[in-house]
Design a protein around this ligand. Structure first.
Ligand SMILES: [Zn+2]
Length: 183
């Protein structure tokens, strides 16, 4: 198993066992130190969350959303969010797009996958960027999004106005290689 030096293992985030409330100890399980409950034996397997984002391109312009909410507010990102525990990953993207942009999308192929290490919060998600196409709906910002607009690929917001490093990487790749939507 490889680890990523410099990134948090997440163990410092949770002092107490979620099953019985005892204070966690640490022990090696499956080759590395984990949070293990000394009272009930529960092992806290820390795994990244799954995130999804949509790449919707119309007339050479890509849809970006401006973040409201509490984290990185006022910055642009590719629309999307986190997969619910009981939800299929593509259904999550359709739901997030409806919630944030008012659009109903068809989900196409995977364009890119990245690990997102949020060193400010110690969190880690695996992001999957899907090509998507508008099927219906009128574009409008909703939920925790305060603006939603199509930007020509040659006139994107500057990097410092993009919320996430991985979105910057995806946008750079899009500029070099405009993909076609395929189911
Ligand atoms: Zn316990």
């Amino acid at each position: 198993m490889s680890t990523s030096p410099g990134h948090s293992d997440g163990n410092e985030r949770y002092p107490f066992c979620p099953k019985c409330g005892a204070r966690f100890g640490r022990a090696v399980r499956a080759g590395r130190e984990r949070l293990v409950c000394p009272a009930c034996g529960f092992v806290f397997w820390q795994n990244p969350n799954a995130g999804v984002a949509a790449i919707v391109i119309e007339d050479g312009a890509v849809l970006l959303t401006k973040r409201g909410g509490s984290e990185r507010a006022g910055l642009w990102d590719l629309p999307g969010g986190f997969v619910e525990y009981d939800e299929d990953i593509r259904d999550a993207l359709v739901r997030e797009m409806r919630e944030e942009t008012g659009l109903t999308v068809a989900v196409g192929r995977v364009f890119e996958v990245h690990s997102n290490f949020f060193d400010d919060t110690g969190r880690h998600s695996v992001g999957v960027w899907f090509l998507a196409r508008r099927m219906s709906g009128t574009l409008g910002a909703a939920d925790d999004v305060i603006d939603a607009r199509f930007f020509p690929l040659e006139a994107l917001p500057p990097d410092e106005e993009i919320a996430f490093e991985t979105d910057r990487l995806v946008l750079a790749r899009l500029r070099n290689q405009l993909p076609a939507f395929e189911r």
